[in-house]
Design a protein around this ligand. Structure first.
Ligand code: DMJ
Length: 639
């Protein structure tokens, strides 16, 4: 109104505009309406807390801001970070942007209800502070009246209760055994010690050992994380009772394992090696450091799921949370074996943290996969994280597809056989694979071909050799009429993979072998003749041994031990070789971390009694890290 008063020498506004009395009245009415509207907008528009602070007492501001951000948690990350007085919500807290606006709301409500039941979430809403202390997580309201959560006990995983739920002692009962088996087991233990000692001496803190040049390798899969070999080796050292070496590895994790890194990581590799390794180490030993590191790292992976479908992208920057698809993956697609190999670890992250977000992420992946149409019942390897549709019809039980199938049957086993959805997906997938991909060579070898839009590629990768073990694991639980059939199929595939070793000069198998143009179980291309210390064939020997107790599997395993000693052991560790078809192979100068995590562990277990890491109590993740079967509780996994 002051503005409208006539100033000396200046006409008033309405007069200046040349208005008459009724027009003046109407103009004033319009102006006052405008002012009321602007003033109201300060309070009514979203994220107006900065203005509210000018008008409301401080305490009321914080709680108003906090409640507005929690009730409107669908608002984008940018809207929550505009309020600079409040802690920034980490990008991980943002939920997948679904095509339908109703879907995320339902998901959020479900998540919040589950969180209320399970305990404080790891991702706290703006307005609360998050603490990670000795692996235990508490959410503290920043200000305001005590919430219902404050009055409840913080979520705590009951480790003692979990240990009591195990049906067998972790490292077995050690009944009398024949001296040959014991000697072979001790030999594998010695190999592990040799691999570890050399890594420790020349490459501790790097990711892998280069045994010829006696230095470390960092690589580009782990986003700046270090110590892949340490984390991958922890549980093997523990199981083999290499106590001193286990303590060295543990000390490194405590003192030097830095998660505040900023680099591009493979979501899949970080999950199976680091998270899997840390989880297994925690479950085996109860040491809190492993749990807290696993949970912290798990949270850093969550932004990869922020896609329109919730299917994660393959690469993530662990510092910024930005994620993208592999450059080589067609049309920005995500890879079946990558996004399909998170389920086991993520359920355990929810179990240990009380935070359902991890389980929700992987259950959503399953939902998307169940929705999409499968050509001939098969799962192609490339899926768009934007549309949720297949990008290319390449199907393989080897690279790009492999561990997706493995995690279906293992999800069911890990749920103590309650997750019937996973079992059905596994049964259906295996049926389709058998119908379309399983073939017999002219020489009578059973193999699993690859499928390219209906055309078969008669090739089997070393990676595909895990399938003998997987089918053996599932066979025990197949219906009576199918059981023997699957035991036979598993045995035939394992036999074929053994042939790929037996037909080489080194008695180690090539990266891929073919069944065409008169070739049987041998590599035909120079580029496929290498062996990089991979575990899949001995993995199948181990499962076949436990299923059948046929001594040939132990014998085959021992042949591998001898071949490794002869061709891969060098002065400072073990190295892959470039050509399995020559008795004087050159070395690739790399001791892969999975050699310690998987190859040596499976060989060791092959010469152990069945109650060492009993399959009644444990499932192995795809990097051979044992995760416990849920005899007690995984609330989030099966709904
Ligand atoms: C391992 O890292 C895992 O087994 C993965 O599933 C596939 N490949 C390597 C070993 O060959």
């Amino acid at each position: 109104m002051v503005l409208l008063r006539k100033l000396p020498g200046m006409p008033g506004w309405p007069a200046a505009l040349g208005l008459r009395l009724p027009q003046k009245f109407l103009f004033l009415l319009f102006l006052s309406g405008l002012l009321t509207l602007c003033f109201g907008a300060l309070f009514l528009l979203p994220d107006s807390s900065r203005f509210k602070r000018l008008f409301l007492p401080r305490r009321a501001t914080a709680s108003a801001a906090s409640s507005s951000s929690s009730s409107a948690s669908s608002s984008s990350a940018s809207s929550s970070t505009r309020d600079t007085d409040l802690p920034r919500s980490p990008p991980a807290a943002a939920e997948p942007r679904h095509a339908s606006p109703a879907a995320p709301r339902r998901l959020r409500e479900k998540l919040r209800t589950a969180a209320r039941m399970a305990g404080p979430p790891a991702h706290t809403a703006p307005g609360s502070r998050q603490q990670v202390q000795g692996g235990e997580r508490r959410a503290e309201p920043a200000t305001g009246a005590p919430s219902a959560r404050e009055t409840r006990a913080p979520y705590r995983f009951d480790y003692e209760r979990f240990r009591r739920s195990l049906r067998h002692p972790v490292r077995g009962r050690r009944p009398g055994e024949d001296p040959e088996t014991r000697a072979r087991r001790m030999k594998v233990k010695e190999m592990m010690k040799f691999a570890w000692d050399n890594y420790k001496q020349y490459a501790l803190g790097k990711n892998e050992l280069r045994p010829l040049t006696k230095n470390g390798h960092i690589g580009n899969m782990f986003g700046g994380l270090r110590g892949a070999t340490v984390v991958d080796a922890l549980d093997t050292l523990y199981i083999m009772e290499l106590e001193e070496e286990f303590q060295e590895a543990k000390k490194w994790v405590e003192k030097s394992f830095d998660l505040n890194v900023n680099g591009e990581a493979s979501l899949f590799e970080v999950n199976i090696r680091y998270i899997g390794g840390l989880l297994a180490a925690y479950y085996l030993t109860g040491e809190e450091v492993f749990k807290s590191k696993a949970l912290e790292l798990g949270e850093k992976l969550l932004p990869a799921f922020n896609t329109p479908t919730g299917i994660p992208r393959g690469v993530i920057n662990l510092g910024s949370g930005m994620s993208w698809s592999w450059g080589w993956a067609s049309a920005g697609s995500s890879i079946l074996a990558e996004f399909g190999t998170l389920h086991l670890e993520f359920l355990h992250l929810s179990e240990l943290s009380g935070n359902p977000v991890f389980a929700e992420k992987v259950m959503n992946i399953r939902k998307v996969l169940n929705r999409v149409e499968k050509p001939q019942g098969l799962y192609p390897n490339f899926l768009s994280p934007v549309t949720g549709n297949w990008v290319q019809h390449h199907v393989s039980i080897g690279g790009l597809g492999d561990s997706f199938y493995e995690y279906l049957i293992k999800s069911w086993l890990m749920s103590d056989k309650k997750d019937s959805e996973a079992k059905k997906m596994y049964d259906d997938a295996l049926e389709a694979i058998e119908k379309h991909l399983v073939k017999k060579s002219a020489g009578g070898l059973t193999y699993i071909a690859e499928w390219r839009g209906g055309i078969l590629d008669h090739k089997m990768g070393h990676l595909a050799c895990f399938s003998g073990g997987m089918i053996a694991l599932g066979a025990e639980h197949a219906g009576e009429e199918r059981k023997q059939h699957y035991v036979d199929l598993a045995a035939e595939i394992t036999n074929t993979c053994h042939e790929s070793y037996a037909r080489s000069d080194t008695k180690l198998g090539p990266e891929a072998f073919r069944f065409d143009a008169g070739t049987e179980a041998m590599a035909t291309r120079l580029s496929e003749r290498y062996y990089i210390l991979r575990p899949e064939v001995v993995e199948s020997y181990m499962y076949m041994w436990r299923l059948t107790h046929d001594p040939k599997y132990r014998q085959w395993g021992w042949e591998v031990v001898k071949a490794l000693e002869k061709h891969c052991r060098v002065e400072a560790g073990f190295s892959g070789i470039r050509d399995v078809y020559t008795t004087t192979p050159t070395h690739d100068n790399m001791q892969q971390s999975f050699f310690l995590a998987e190859t040596l562990k499976y060989l060791y277990l092959l010469f152990c009694e069945d109650d060492v890491l009993s399959l009644d109590d444990w499932v192995f993740n795809t990097e051979a890290h044992p995760l416990p079967v849920n005899h007690t509780n995984f609330k989030a996994s099966v709904q």
